[in-house]
Design a binder for this molecule. Sequence first.
Ligand code: TXA
Ligand code: MG
Length: 335
Amino acid sequence: MRGKQLIEQAAKIIRKGGIIAFPTETVYGLGADAFNALAVARIFEVKGRPYFDPLIVHVANPADVEKLVKEIPPSAKKLMERFWPGPLTVVLLKVNNIPDIVTAGLRTVAIRMPNHPMALSLIKESRCPIAAPSANPFGYLSPTTAEHVREQLGDRVDLILDGGPCPVGVESTIVSFLEGKAKLLRPGGVPLEEIESIIGRVEGGPTDDRLSAPGMLPRHYAPRTPIVLDWNEKNIEFYKNKNIGMLAFREKENHLKISHTEVLSKKGDMREAAANLFAAIRRLDALNLELILAEPIPEIGLGRAIMDRLRRASGTRFADSSSDQSDSPNGHSEE
Ligand code: TXA
Ligand code: MG
C-alpha cells in the first residue's frame, strides 16, 4: 500500500482507537486520537512512560487550536503565525474536555502543528487532533527514522508510517504562555534567538530547570553507553585505556585513541549537526563501546537544543545537586 491509501488506513486505525508511529520534521511520533483516553493510555503503556509526563497535541491547522484552549495570547499567536507548521510547541490554558491523561492533569495543554506532509495528512484524514510523544521507549533517544521505531517498538504499534529521515532531528521548542509571560520550557528546533526576535525576551533558559516541562528529566534521551561531555586535558587520563567512541561536531585532529568517530557536520553546520545527532549517537551506542566522548558545541541557535540533549544523554545536567556515588570524574552512576 502506498501514499494516500496508506494514510487512509492509518487514519482509520486512529479513529478506531489504535496507535500509529508517524514522521514529523523533528522526530517520529507515536500518535493516538487526543480525545480517546483509552487509546492515549496505550501510548503510555507501550513507551513505559510515567503518567505525570504530558503529551503534545498535534493539529493540522492553526484554527484547530481555538477548540483546544481557553485563549490564545497575542504573543503566542505571533509565534504560531511565524513558525507553524514547524518545530514550535505552545503551552496554553486548556478547555475541560481534553482528557486528563493527555495533559497529566495539568490545566494547560501543549500544541503544535508539525511541518511534515505525512503528519499533516494523517491528522486531517483522522479528523481529530493527535496526541503524540516521540516514538521511543521512555528515557531513550528519540527516533529520527522509521527503522529506529521498528527496532524499538516494532510490533507493539499498529502501523509505522515511513517518511524517511526527519530533517530537523531535534524535538520542538516548547514555550508556555501563562499569566502573561512567555517561558521557554525546552530548547528545540526553533532557536530561542528567533523567538525573541519576534516577541522580545523569553524567560527561562536551558539551564533553568525549575521551569522545565514535566518530562524533562536530568537523565533522558539517553543511550546505553555512557556519554561524557566534560572531558578535558585534566581528566582525560582516566579514559585513556578504555574502548572509546567520539561524537565530534566537525572534523578535527586529536591525539586520543578512538575506536570510532561520528562527525555531526563536516562543515560545522548546526542544522546538519542537529539532523544527524540522534542517529549518530545510536550508531555509536551499537558498537559496545565503554564510553562516548562528546564534543561540546557553542550554545547559540540550534546549538542550545543539541547541548541540552547531550547533557541529558550524559546525565550530567544536575551534577551539582545530585549525590555522586560514581567513581568516574564525570559522575556516571547509572550504567
Ligand atoms: O518535536 C516534538 O515535540 C516531538 C514530535 C513527535 O512532535 N514530540 C515530543 O514529544 O518530543 P515528547 O512527549 O517526547 O516531549 C514532550 C514534552 C515533554 O517533556 C512534556 O513534559 C512536555 O512536552 N509537555 C507536554 N505537555 C505539557 C504541558 N501542558 N506543560 C508543560 N510541558 C508539557
Ligand atoms: Mg520524548
